[in-house]
Design a protein around this ligand. Structure first.
Ligand code: ADP
Ligand code: ZN
Length: 681
């Protein structure tokens, strides 16, 4: 008999509407002692009446906390566990690293149906999401010489994680397919992640054509809970060879994991910001391959995450495809200087060049994509004389103008300048201009300029109606829309060979977010959206409109030159101690009382600084703020940020988290911890 079987108590996870997801200790009856295992579903008596609820065994012990009287477990519902110890270990890591707790993580990971006693009354699962493209059935492709070389290098490398940097259309997916084939031949299974549901469906249909339908499963937030539960059962029985999914599929319990592929690995959608656990699927995947012997992780992107690229370079696990398959041309990009347009008396949002090109394109029966970057929630300030963006001297991020207080503020460190009338760089008077979100009107304006064209808009509003998103995309694919206007959503994955013009209304908005990653985001977004143009037989054009044509990053995006972009960006990251030279922990304090929220944030920041100072670590653990969050008030709560740059890896992480765990907050103050945050909104 193994040791586990002799424990007195089992820790059981239950989900009760009034209490949320929690663990409770139960006595193990003698007749269960040889059988009970982690991951088994059990029925448990609960509350005074002793009504039966469903739970899962997640741990064992011989002790109880004082004052608790445990009841006996009622029944084991299924001998075959729903998850195993390694799985639980992975979730525990998530709970610890992201400052969450195991019940919350389990609740995120397990399908809701797990907690319902009656498993019969399922809703019928939805039909699979419509797949965007229908490619003709193809024979298996043989890899080109370049692809073959990269494939062989990836097979040889020792490192568990590899990065495949390949420009759009370079044939990364074909390499993934070859690696998948090898993994399946070895009797192991594959997890394949894409950042968005639409991309998941595209990839799935491509894979089904290649590998057949029987062994492929799908997992993301839009499949029903019943469907998830079914997939879970299939995984448990080892009936799925390739599981496709978005972020949350890293929590699927895959047996015999051999390979994880994360496509477009730099996409911010891999990080969950709301609600907790605020995990990154990429980091969880790294943990997963660490826990599964012999498994490997392939990260792929046309514009890798700066950190991934840096790490891959330093560990000799970077693989490059820098030509399109069949040497197809990348589209030509033209930058239009909007300050010149103003000089000619055009104060509109469309340059004459862009308007002319739109007309030409549609007269040629081709289609147009216009990108508006709406992540620019806030306004930034630019000098129209020397094009300088007004930035924080300490943080190198744009200052945001607040009209109520007539001040410019840094949302990282709290730095503030009042009544700024002169450019901080060239000192010219009255040349500062605020740029903001006025872009919602692009559709209206385009409608006035081009009354005869069919114009549609795709943004997060269209996501609220479940299928509208897909309907608009389908109409666009079928040529029923001339001009598709959209946010970053349209930059990804769209493969419409009839699109020959992509216009970016204000490319500067991509770079001027108050975030240290804004150059990276801007570069990646512009390359991605440029890649939508000229995918068919006709040559593609791309137009970036800008008020700042001396922006070096815009230049790199125009040339689509990632390596040179990286060289520039990594220097800035190092100079300002941003990742990969540190890791960031974000602490948000909020309250419905503005003054109390700020006061608590100041107090915590001060104590944290003292504590770090006492250990003589101020150079390695750098506390910034508090500063008001960019979204200063959400649902009546005033919000303040503290950011910590950790240059001590795990040790620093633990020092900060142990400090935070000791904090006891008054009832009217809330604290959120976001480890490796994606933004500071
Ligand atoms: P990426 O994933 O890098 O964007 P894809 O793998 O989608 O690139 O390849 C781009 C296009 O080139 C696709 O239409 C694909 O079918 C084609 N292609 C890539 N490699 C091959 C190959 N070895 N043989 C035939 N076609 C290929
Ligand atoms: Zn600052």
């Amino acid at each position: 008999m193994s040791k586990i079987n002799n424990y007195k108590y089992a820790l059981c996870l239950v989900d009760i509407s009034t209490l949320g997801t929690k663990t409770f200790s139960y006595l193990i009856p003698d007749d269960m002692k040889g059988i009970i295992k982690i991951g088994q579903p059990v029925t448990l008596p609960f509350g005074k009446g002793g009504r039966k609820i469903k739970g899962y065994v997640v741990g064992f012990s011989d002790y109880l906390e004082a004052g608790i009287k445990a009841k006996y477990i009622d029944e084991i519902l299924d001998n075959e566990p729903m998850f195993n110890l390694e799985y639980l270990r992975m979730l525990e890591w998530v709970a610890n690293y992201y400052f969450s707790d195991l019940p919350t993580v389990l609740k995120t990971a397990l399908p809701e149906k797990f907690f319902q006693k009656n498993l019969k009354n399922y809703r019928k699962p939805n039909k699979e999401l419509k797949v965007l493209q229908t490619e003709k059935s193809k024979e298996k492709n043989t890899l080109s010489d370049t692809q073959k070389k990269v494939y062989e290098e990836i097979k040889k490398v020792n490192s568990k994680t590899s990065l495949l940097y390949g420009i759009t259309g370079s044939g990364k997916t074909e390499i993934y397919f070859k690696l998948i084939e090898d993994t399946i031949k070895d009797g192991k299974n594959v997890l394949f992640l894409a950042p968005e549901i639409a991309l998941v469906s595209q990839l799935t249909s491509r894979t089904i054509k290649r590998f057949g339908k029987t062994s492929v499963g799908i997992w993301h937030s839009s499949i029903t809970e019943a469907e998830k539960y079914k997939v879970w059962q299939k995984l448990r029985n080892d009936e799925i060879k390739i599981l496709f999914g978005a972020r949350s599929s890293v929590f699927a319990p895959i047996k015999n994991l051999g390979l994880i592929i994360i496509d477009e690995e730099n996409d911010p959608a891999y990080k969950q910001t709301m609600p907790a656990p605020r995990y990154s699927a990429v980091e969880v995947a790294k943990k997963l391959i660490e826990l599964n012997d012999g498994s490997k992780l392939i990260l792929g992107s046309a514009t890798p995450d700066i950190q991934s690229y840096y790490e891959a370079k330093n560990t000799n696990s970077l693989f490059v495809l820098n030509k399109r398959y069949n040497e197809a041309e990348l589209p030509k990009v033209k930058v239009v200087d909007m300050r010149m347009e103003r000089g000619f008396g055009n104060n509109g949002i469309f340059s004459k060049y862009l308007m002319d090109e739109i007309k030409k394109t549609i007269e040629n029966k081709n289609q147009v994509i216009l990108l508006i970057n709406r992540r620019g929630f806030s306004s930034y300030t630019q000098c129209m004389e020397c094009s300088t963006i007004i930035e924080c001297p300490k943080c190198a991020i744009p200052l945001i103008y607040h009209s109520q207080t007539q001040s410019h503020r840094c949302h990282y460190c709290g730095y503030e300048i009042k009544n700024l009338t002169k450019c901080t760089n060239c000192e010219a008077e009255g040349t500062l201009e605020n740029f903001g979100t006025g872009t919602q009107r692009v559709e209206e304006i385009a409608g006035k300029i081009f009354p005869d064209y069919k114009i549609h808009r795709l943004d997060s509003d269209s996501l609220t109606k479940k299928n509208e998103h897909f309907e608009i995309l389908e109409a666009f694919q079928n040529g029923e829309i001339d001009i598709l206007i959209g946010t970053q959503m349209i930059a990804k994955g769209l493969d419409n060979p009839n699109v020959t013009l992509v216009g970016v209304i204000n490319a500067d908005l991509c770079f001027n977010l108050p975030d240290f990653r804004s150059s990276e985001r801007g570069f990646s977004l512009l390359c991605q959206v440029a890649g939508r143009s000229g995918r068919g037989k006709d040559e593609g054009k791309v137009i970036f409109q800008t008020f700042n044509n001396s922006n070096i990053f815009l230049d790199k995006a125009r040339e689509q030159d990632y390596e040179s972009f990286f060289e520039n960006e990594i220097e800035i990251r190092e100079a300002f101690d941003y990742p990969p030279f540190s890791k960031i922990i974000r602490i948000i304090l909020s309250s419905d009382n503005n003054f109390r929220a700020e006061k608590s944030a100041m107090e915590i920041a001060m104590r944290l600084k003292d504590w770090i100072d006492k250990q003589s670590l101020t150079e390695r653990l750098i506390v910034m703020g508090p500063a008001p969050c960019i979204l200063e008030k959400i649902r009546g709560e005033f919000r303040f940020n503290i950011l910590v740059k950790n240059k001590l890896d795990e040790k620093g992480h633990n020092i900060i988290l142990s400090f935070l765990r000791k904090i006891i907050l008054p009832n009217d103050i809330k604290m959120i911890i976001d480890v490796d945050p994606m933004d500071i909104l």
